[in-house]
Design a protein around this ligand. Structure first.
Ligand code: NAD
Ligand code: WQD
Length: 351
């Protein structure tokens, strides 16, 4: 049974992927600083399996610490060897992700996202672990005139967060140039992950005020406070921006497919868009949320947000073909599962 190191594993996407890894039969070693998450997400995963009469508590190890601390990362690799469960591969989620904050604190983003990733990749090399799935983002494309983004669309991030994601992609590209090393690397560019596990026990729990539309919709519906729709004068059917929203469990399963794929390869680096290929406007999302959940989402139309792009939708053919992966959950399910999570956990993971 392979042991996978999951950095940032107690966060939103990380925790759903940890669930999917255990379900697939992997053991997991989670490293997280808890800077933007709670360890309770991992307890909830164990609870979901318990409800299915499965005890996976001895298949999940947790280490609290920071990827900026190389000794700490190395100690995890060494301990895994001592316990005769060496780390076979890494899924690297840990990092900061708020676009607006990255403009205010660019050095912090380079420190966490780039320096932290450099440390991790160095430790992987030192410990002879060369298989990695990296969380990149559609944000690396920046402003593009393409209607569907394909992986070879020119990259042009327009904020420090995006620059740090591209920097790590470049670092991995360079590392892979070494002909003497058999790196197996999958760079996944996520579009807009939303929703929650359908048990209602696992979901998104931002510790800071959310900036992304979906947790803002949930809060607007819950607190009956108006949200701001950023512009209705975009060149789209209803004038609001279009995004490719993807269910977090489809995204999580994409990671499993990527990892399984890498383990069958000799040396490889792939870039893959992970989206549904379907575009929905902000108003589509709000209306679907209202209809599915029979709640009102109060909103007002405001001016455009700086740095927004009219349309970001994935051409996901490459991921579908190479990974044999298919996102199967509809916008309806994303809205239903996200609201169920909120109703069952109004304070997130806080008891
Ligand atoms: P998240 O904040 O919920 O998860 C990130 C996790 O990393 C958190 O648990 C946080 O505590 C941890 N972390 C942060 N800095 C760390 C450090 N220096 N050392 C150790 N742990 C650290 O975010 P998420 O939405 O789950 O995103 C996961 C990854 O996916 C991130 O790299 C993000 O950039 C990327 N991504 C997210 C989205 C999105 O919309 N959520 C889209 C594209 C890409
Ligand atoms: C979606 C749509 C807004 C908030 C960001 C990052 C990207 C990735 C995903 C990490 C847009 C509109 C939003 C609000 C609104 N994250 N909106 N009112 O901008 O597509 O992508 O998150 O990698 O890198 O850039 O996502 O959820 O912020 O916005 O009208 O209060 O919702 O204008 O059209 P975005 P988002």
């Amino acid at each position: 049974m392979k042991n996978i190191l999951v950095t940032g594993g107690s966060g939103f996407i990380g925790s759903h992927t940890c669930y999917a890894l255990l379900a697939e039969g992997y053991e997991i070693t989670v490293l997280d600083s808890l800077a933007n998450s709670s360890k309770r997400s991992l307890d909830q995963i164990i609870k979901i399996f318990k409800s299915q009469d499965l005890d996976f508590s001895n298949k999940l190890r947790f280490f609290e610490g920071d990827i900026r601390n190389k000794d700490f990362i190395n100690s995890i690799f060494k301990k895994a060897v001592e316990e005769k469960k060496p780390i076979d591969g890494v899924i690297h989620f840990a990092g900061l992700k708020a676009v607006a904050e990255s403009v205010l604190k660019p050095l912090s983003y380079w420190d966490n996202n780039v320096f932290g990733s450099y440390n991790l990749i160095s430790c992987m090399k030192e410990n002879n672990c060369k298989t990695i799935v990296f969380s990149s983002s559609a944000t690396v494309y920046g402003i593009s005139s393409e209607s569907l983004l394909i992986e070879n669309t020119p990259l042009n991030p327009i904020n420090p967060y995006g620059s740090t994601k591209l920097a790590v992609e470049n670092l991995l590209n360079d590392v892979n140039q070494d002909v003497n090393e058999n790196w197996k690397i999958a760079i996944l560019r996520y579009f807009n992950p939303i929703g929650a596990h359908n048990s209602g026990l696992l979901g998104e729990n931002p510790l800071q005020k959310p900036n992304n539309i979906f947790p803002i919709i949930i809060n607007a519906a819950y607190k009956k406070e108006k949200l701001k729709v950023f512009g209705n004068d975009w060149p789209t059917n209803d004038g609001t921006c279009i995004r490719d929203y993807i269910h977090v469990m489809d995204l999580a399963e994409g990671h499993i497919k990527a990892l399984n794929h890498l383990f069958t390869q000799k040396k490889q680096l792939i870039h893959l868009n992970i989206g549904t290929g379907l575009g929905h406007s902000v108003l589509d999302l709000i209306k679907t949320f209202e209809t599915v959940n029979e709640v009102k989402v109060p909103f007002q139309i405001c001016s455009r947000r700086d740095g927004d792009v009219c349309k970001l939708v994935a051409n996901n053919s490459k991921a579908k073909e190479i990974l044999n992966w298919n996102p199967i959950r509809s916008l309806h399910e994303m809205c239903k599962d996200g609201w169920q999570w909120k109703l069952m956990n109004p304070k997130g993971y806080i008891l």
